[in-house]
Write a new protein. Structure first.
Length: 336
């Protein structure tokens, strides 16, 4: 059974001891140590944690024996307690940020700021991009403030001014209606785009001097952002982005947004000669991002059967067992 108490602050050993007591109540510490093949001292520490958490009860006996509390009731109480602790931590973090901003000898732009409310967040993100001079680094993933991706007009303006954009996209999110079409527009305007099957974070870094990122990726907490100014933390975020960028697969799109009939005929001639076409590059990028055949077919304007057949051909040619592997191999060969 994959039961774990780690999300509520208990260890793997605590979880094993609790499961053993749940399966066989009234066990002694010695019996638990023998059954689980762990030291008596580790068992005693785990029992003390479980009693304190209200998950087991110590019976008055010699030697002492332990019985479990109803798991659903006890764990629910622990979850509520942990949520309260996290809320207190979050409140303390906001208070600390306020203290940092007003601390003697420090200005309000030294370290961190907490931004709350979708309107304030959108205004801040727009100002950052409009003030960008050289480079914007972005990790795009859900949850989105509006519940869906919306056009980034500030990016288009910044690209026209010569600002460099590099963006890592969450692959599954590109299946959201209109999202890949937005990406195509940005790439055609000059953005460098790559995808990962999973991003597990989102952020925007401007000129390596300031970053904005969510305080949490929980959709319920989507209205809070953390603004990070020049500091070791900002440097760590830049390193994190560069690591993701290196692992991500480039997105290939047609610069003119499509192909005419002559282009289609040229692609067919290239394919007959065993050469990679522009549509193949787009297909590989979409494959590596995790999109399904049906979504790829809609994006490319072809049938799902055509996509499935060409995917199988490309994977065989690349010697790849998975679509993500195919994207990595294609990138290594310089196809993307």
């Amino acid at each position: 059974m994959g039961f774990s108490l780690e999300p509520v602050g208990l260890s793997e050993t605590d979880s094993r001891v609790f499961l053993a007591i749940a399966d066989a109540p009234r066990m002694t510490p010695g019996e638990l140590a023998e059954q689980l093949d762990i030291s008596p001292s580790a068992v005693r520490r785990a029992l003390a944690q479980l009693v304190a958490a209200g998950l087991v009860t110590k019976l008055v006996a010699r030697p002492p024996r332990y019985i479990p509390a109803p798991p659903d009731v006890a764990v629910d109480a622990l979850v509520v307690r942990r949520q309260e602790q996290l809320e207190r931590l979050r409140a303390d973090a906001r208070e600390l940020a306020s203290r940092v901003r007003v601390a003697p000898g420090r200005s309000s732009v030294d370290l961190l700021e907490v931004i709350e409310g979708s309107e304030a967040i959108q205004q801040q993100m727009a100002q950052l991009q409009l003030g960008a001079r050289e480079e914007v680094l972005m990790v795009d993933s859900p949850p989105y403030i509006h519940g869906r991706p919306v056009p980034n007009l500030e990016e288009m303006q910044a690209l026209r001014r010569g600002v460099s954009y590099r963006c890592v996209y969450d692959g599954p999110a590109l299946e959201l209606p209109g999202h890949f079409e937005q990406l195509v527009g940005y790439v055609q305007a000059g953005e460098q785009a790559r995808t990962l099957p999973v991003t597990s974070m989102k952020m925007q870094i401007v000129d390596r001097r300031v970053a904005i990122l969510p305080l949490s990726l929980d959709p319920a907490e989507n209205g809070v952002r953390l603004l990070v100014h020049a500091s070791p933390l900002l440097e760590a975020l830049v390193i994190c982005f560069e690591s993701m960028w290196e692992q991500a697969t480039p997105v290939a799109v047609l610069r003119d947004g499509g192909q005419d009939a002559a282009g289609d005929q040229a692609s067919r001639r290239q394919r007959r000669r065993g050469l990679l076409t522009e549509q193949d590059r787009r297909l590989l990028s979409l494959m590596s991002s995790g999109m399904k055949d049906s979504a790829i077919a809609r994006t490319l304007g072809v049938t799902q059967r055509t996509v499935s057949r060409r995917v199988a051909e490309l994977m065989a040619e690349l010697g790849a067992e998975t679509r993500f592997q195919a994207g990595i191999q294609a990138a290594r060969r310089g196809w993307l």
